[in-house]
Design a protein around this ligand. Sequence first.
Ligand code: ZN
Ligand code: ZN
Ligand code: ZN
Length: 547
Amino acid sequence: MIKTKKISLLIILIIFLNTCGIGQKRKGFPPERPKLVIGIIVDQMRYDFLYRYWDKYGDNGFKRLINKGTNCKDANFEYLFTQTSVGHATISTGSLPQYHGIVSNDWYVRLQEKNIYCVEDFDVQAVGCSSAEGQRSPKLLLTTNIGDELKLVSKKSKVIGIALKDRAAIFTAGHMADAAYWMEDKTGNWISSSYYIDSLPGWVRKFNDKKLQDLYLNRNWSTSLPIEQYTESLPDENKYEKGLLGQVTFPYNLVKMFKIYKSYSLLKSTPFGNTITKDFAIETIVSENLGQDDFTDILMLSFSSTDYIGHEFGPASVEIEDTYIRLDKELAHFLDFIEETIGKENTLVFLTADHGIVNIPDYLKDQGIPAGYFNQRKALSLLQSYLNALYGNGDWIKSYISGQIYLNHILIEDSKLSISEVQEKTANFMIQFTGVANAISGSSLEKGNFTHGVFASIQKGYNQKRSGDVIINLEPGWIHMTTSSTNHNSAYQYDAHVPLIWYGWKIKRGNILREISICDIAPTISNFLSISFPSGCTGNIIYELNE
Ligand code: ZN
Ligand code: ZN
Ligand code: ZN
């Protein structure tokens, strides 16, 4: 009797729940885990760009993320060499260059006696092109990343990385990704490598066949607002910008310029490089059915044009302001698309950057701010003479890569000298140059642990096998001599402090003011997905997001 009563109660309950719609899939209610994680990385976006152009942004791009998401206002990179490959590897692995091994875009390999590029891999074949631009893989990334950890437990999850730059797409995608796609300079097509796939999927070929790259280059780049409204920037014409082919003022006639460039690297240096990246990302989501089932997918999407344009014109240019106004619109379109097709409640979005940028040093100098250009060529030739005088004539310096001096170990050993002594002599010599703030030897870095300060940031970026014998840190406002207008490669605020905003799924509106490391992104996602932290992870969960 009691048993029947229980059964009929259960039936009534089921009918009740069904009529109320409870227990059925309801729109707007976030699932236990997001169906899709989207990492948006804006190359060279400094934190202040969020607010510098605030009045020029629409309601549905950056403002939507900030107004409806959680803004980590003090998110920073912790190491010295803030470069694209290092930043992307750190974001996706939650690890430091010390462990993940991507110490710089390029480094010197002693055994091979040559510099190598962080994603080069001549054991793999190009896919979708015939040039070496496709011979790329993540094999030099030493730790797992967030996508790898997801794939290790959930083979049905898809992980894809997209960026104009190969190193950005590859390091965010990781070792086990379904694919990473980047753009070939020669054709403007999206390509990949045999590391991931044997041939381009039909939908990628179809996308390439549309030749949107030609459509976007068949126009002028003019300001999207009347030019007098760009009050946050220097005048369009100023003496600090190096520009595109020497041109520094709007409008940019891309048809004419392409005839000189003869390469789609031109497209990358315009805001339309970001447009085609967004177009391709949307096509990827549709064609790969991302976020459509209960196996969480990851899409890492990096916008690289901001970086190319920033190098050419600097962060105080009308060109970079217009690039962000346009990127804001792309972002709005992209987020609209996500919310219509997958749903905000099913999608966890984070937006960050791989590094920032310093104002053009000549401009800073004119404002009375200490800044300058370190002439590395001159310094190295003086160092060579100094080492010759000390130890006799020899090829003492093997390589110099933006702040890292690689000495000739074989010559040092053959000369019966101690490597650490030559390193110390080199460091003590280099520190004398104007613009050099610190020069420290590898052997000093290997002796102990620095807990804070500049040597700690150098150590976090120091990998014993890959880093130079002597590491040089320039003074604030100083950059290496370059053909660009300006650069990034320091641990100072302008290079290290970047946006980090979380949005969608269970994320509430709010601000986090305490200091956060970029290494905290990956473990925070691991926690949301209930998977392992990446193998070299040094970050912590951003616990406020769970409250
Ligand atoms: Zn970058
Ligand atoms: Zn200009
Ligand atoms: Zn850059």
